[in-house]
Write a protein that binds this ligand. Structure first.
Ligand code: BES
Ligand code: MN
Ligand code: ZN
Length: 503
């Protein structure tokens, strides 16, 4: 889908579909929607008066253009109640209206900028949100469907024109669209990785995809194999990898946007390409979605795609330890004690608490290379999913400023966070009788004890942890997210990079 800025009277836009919007409870549309309503002889007002369209968020209605406006058809999309309007509604409105347009086989679509007029959002921000909503909302993972027995090939939208009144708005909108496109394309790339079946997306294949992505760009990829991982002393990581015949890899992607600086921020993502639980085997239904246990890795890898295209003046390294967690004859056992890269020993109490083990060694690596701050993303705990569901990501940090920056970057992306506690008192629960730390607490506060396990390896480096267990993948459609991988984290990390870079 190509984007285009069009400076013209909205009623004159020529194409298959024109998208306008409406707040809930408005009886007489104003602004651009009002102009279209007037041109259509009050067709929109009539729809509202008859109770056929209420303007609820994401609700859509289709009207014929009937030769009275330039477009063949008009799609009206609801923005919900005006008091409840927030930037994410722009993404939702763009997603729902474009899906509607696609379902009626439109190829050329024009849209007004949701939120820009009565919504009070600036043009650039609104345009970025429209682009994001459109790209994220139209996403489908259908590469494995051969199409046998389905009706005629589906038509895809080829062009989306952002229709604005003034030339200066077109310039601002163009900037916003470019940013939105970069962010949403990167998020979709992460979704593609997460949605791949686990027989295809092995650790090695994940590394291949990272290499392909970086080819010819200002990104340097290094892939460490089992021997190098062993040589570096990453035995916590290796312990998890023992039970699988797919070899593990540590993927490193460097972006140097500020070569004069010796500071580098680390983004670390959990890359469990399938989590069976290991010998602490999960039951069958708990394994349903465990191909998505590499969502953290996908997020940090694909955030680098967006960051490189946006070009902030900051150095960032992404690290993704990747392995299956499987239970074969060579698998790690309960009671094993392993030594992490920094020399600290870990008692393995449960092989299903594997994410923190591979992250521990990746964190040690980042600390050794003096990277700071460290931000890790992981589908770490069922406990976090129980607490926050699929709506908010759990945020843990020992650094208030970093936590605030991440929360703000998330808010901008429509990726909401909620900070959970890291009191020292919880550390007691990770204490081992026989080693420096054990890899599970008890039943309680599982999201925090998981987070604090990772923190144990940071050696005081400013650190934040995002537990995306609940937000990385969805059973059914939600807002502008189709069922399956959400790509959560990609846009937040890219926003964070922009925010942390000197301008
Ligand atoms: N990958 C899981 C966490 C998870 C659960 C992610 C559900 C997404 C949906 C993780 O490796 C895990 O198994 N965690 C255990 C930890 C426990 C053994 C301490 C959990 O949450 O039960
Ligand atoms: Mn597990
Ligand atoms: Zn896991």
């Amino acid at each position: 889908m190509k984007f285009r800025m069009a400076v013209q009277d909205i009623t004159e836009y020529r194409g298959d579909v024109l998208i306008v919007n409406l707040f809930e409870g408005v009886e007489k549309p104003s602004g651009a929607t009002g102009a279209v309503d007037k041109a259509l002889g009050g067709a929109v007002s009539k729809l509202i008066a008859r109770g056929e369209f209420k303007g609820k968020r994401g609700e859509t209605a289709v009207l014929p253009g009937a030769g009275k406006v330039g477009a063949e058809r008009v799609v009206v999309v609801g923005l919900g109640k005006k008091e409840k309007f927030e930037r994410d509604i722009i993404r939702l409105a763009a997603a729902e209206s474009l899906k509607k347009a696609e379902s009626i086989k439109a190829e050329k679509v024009g849209t007004i900028l949701h939120g820009a007029g009565a919504g009070g959002t600036d043009t650039e921000t609104a345009a970025a949100a429209v682009a994001e909503g459109a790209i994220l909302g139209l996403y489908k993972f259908d590469k494995y469907r051969t199409g046998d027995g389905e009706e005629s090939p589906k038509k895809k939208i080829k062009e989306l024109a952002i229709v604005v009144r003034r030339r200066e708005d077109a310039v601002a909108a163009g900037r916003g669209v470019r940013r939105g496109e970069i962010l949403a394309d990167a998020a979709n790339r992460a979704r593609d990785l997460v949605n791949e079946p686990p027989n295809v997306l092995t650790p090695l294949e994940l590394a291949n995809r990272a290499r392909q992505m970086a080819k010819g760009r200002n990104l340097k990829v290094r892939v460490f194999g089992r021997d190098e991982i062993a040589r570096m002393g990453m035995n916590a990581f290796l312990g998890v990898a023992r039970g699988s015949s797919n070899p593990p890899v540590l993927i490193e992607i460097e972006y140097r946007g500020n070569p004069k600086s010796d500071k580098t921020m680390a983004f670390i993502g959990k890359g469990i390409t399938f989590d069976s639980g290991g010998l602490s085997l999960k039951n069958a239904s708990a394994m349903d979605d465990m191909k998505t246990d590499m969502s953290g890795a996908a997020a940090v890898i694909c955030a680098m795609d967006a960051i490189e295209r946006l070009g902030p003046k900051i150095n960032i390294t992404a690290l993704a330890p990747a392995t299956d967690n499987m239970p074969d004859g060579n698998a790690q056992k309960i009671g094993d004690i392993v030594r992490a890269m920094n020399g600290k020993t870990i008692e393995i109490k449960n092989t299903d608490a594997e994410g923190r083990l591979i992250l521990a060694d990746a964190v040690c690596y980042a600390v050794k290379k003096k990277m700071s701050p460290i931000v890790d993303l992981a589908t770490l705990t069922g406990a976090c999913m129980v607490a926050l569901g699929h709506v908010r990501t759990g945020l843990f940090s020992t650094d208030d400023e970093l936590a605030a920056a991440i929360t703000a970057a998330g808010e901008l992306a429509g990726e909401r966070m909620w900070r959970l506690p890291t009191d020292d008192d919880y550390r007691e629960m990770n204490k081992s009788e026989v080693a420096d730390i054990k890899n599970t607490g008890n039943r309680w506060a599982g999201a925090t004890t998981g987070a604090l396990f990772i923190e144990f390896f940071t050696n005081g480096t400013p650190w934040a942890h995002l537990d995306i267990a609940g937000t990385a993948s969805l059973e059914k459609k939600y807002r502008y997210y189709p069922a399956g991988a959400t790509g959560v984290g990609v846009r937040t990390l890219a926003n964070l990079a922009l925010d942390m870079a000197p301008r």
